[in-house]
Design a protein around this ligand. Structure first.
Ligand code: ZN
Length: 305
């Protein structure tokens, strides 16, 4: 096979591995579930608004999600307050997700203004957006959760490249493909690892990076109430803070040469040092317990219905 054709083929397999890992991040980490639930809540808001619109006899409607001018111009119907409230909900959910991802979100202020414009009473079931404002800087070192998620997914590009190396593709082509992909947000977590932990320690840096990334995504965010009540502050749940704190704790511990092989033990030591509870292992056990209980299935079917 010609070299350029082979390179394109390897790149396609890297894309599949990389994007599949994003799906895993969304489906199987508390951070991913939190982000999905935020969007589901917005969709639920849309469904309620649309069903109320349908009750008025209207059979079609344009929803200008982020555009107040269009909404004002096109909505002189009785249902326009419902749509306005939906836009407010949408702002709140985006603000919560944006803050959690580490973006300085301006829409919290916007949502506050909308709350006043809509004359939404404190006693209604709409939340007060000011409660969503983190009481600490959203993220350390300008990191965003996207940097972390991309860095972890990028490791799967590396695994795909290794697969091709084992299949007999020349080292120089594998290196060319991998280096072509190693830039920007894909490398941010690796750079921060160098600054906080270093690359020349006894413990394998790649193991330390994976552990810190895993600890950053596994906070009690999307768990049941008793676990959520153990959250003490923003840094305990925001993934970028967790990443930096985990690296600092890992740097202070005496680690085995291959820390990933003693995953549970090392994670427990980090969590004990930082006062984090539950540990990732306890979170996994809680998720598994919740999924197998009938109560949870009822909740899922109610949401789907
Ligand atoms: Zn990606």
């Amino acid at each position: 096979m010609p070299r350029t054709e082979l390179r394109d083929h390897i790149l396609r397999t890297c894309t599949v591995h990389h994007e599949l890992h994003h799906v895993r991040q969304l489906c199987s980490t508390p951070l991913g579930v939190f982000l999905c639930m935020n969007r589901l809540r917005t969709l639920n808001g849309v469904a309620i608004a649309l069903s109320r619109i349908a009750e008025t006899g209207a059979d079609s409607v344009a929803i200008p999600l982020r555009d107040w001018a269009r909404l004002e111009a096109s909505c002189s119907k009785p249902w326009s307050p419902e749509l306005r409230k939906f836009d407010y909900w949408s702002s709140l959910n985006e603000s919560a997700a944006g803050a959690m991802l580490g973006y300085r979100s301006m829409s919290i202020g916007r949502a506050l203004q909308e709350r006043q414009a809509l004359h939404i009473d404190q006693q209604t079931d709409l939340p007060d957006p000011s409660t969503l404002t983190p009481n600490a800087p959203a993220s350390p070192l300008g990191l965003t959760a996207t940097d972390l998620l991309e860095s972890e997914a990028h490791m799967h590009d590396g695994m795909a490249c290794e697969m091709w190396r084992h299949a007999g593709v020349s080292d120089d082509l594998v290196v060319e493909v991998h280096e072509g992909l190693s830039h920007g947000p894909y490398m941010r977590a690796w750079e921060v690892l160098g600054d906080i932990f270093g690359y020349d320690r006894h413990a394998r840096p790649i193991d330390v990076l994976l552990l810190a990334l895993h600890l950053s995504f596994f906070s009690p965010l999307a768990l049941t109430k008793p676990f959520r009540e153990q959250i003490r502050n923003w840094e305990d749940v925001q993934p970028c803070w967790r990443f930096v704190r985990s690296l600092e704790a890992l740097a202070a511990l005496t680690l085995p040469e291959r820390p990933l092989e003693e995953y549970g033990d090392v994670c427990s030591q980090v969590c004990a040092r930082l006062g984090w509870s539950p540990t990732p292992t306890e979170i996994a056990m809680e998720c598994s317990r919740a999924l197998s209980s009938r109560k949870s299935y009822n909740r899922i079917s109610l949401m789907a219905g």
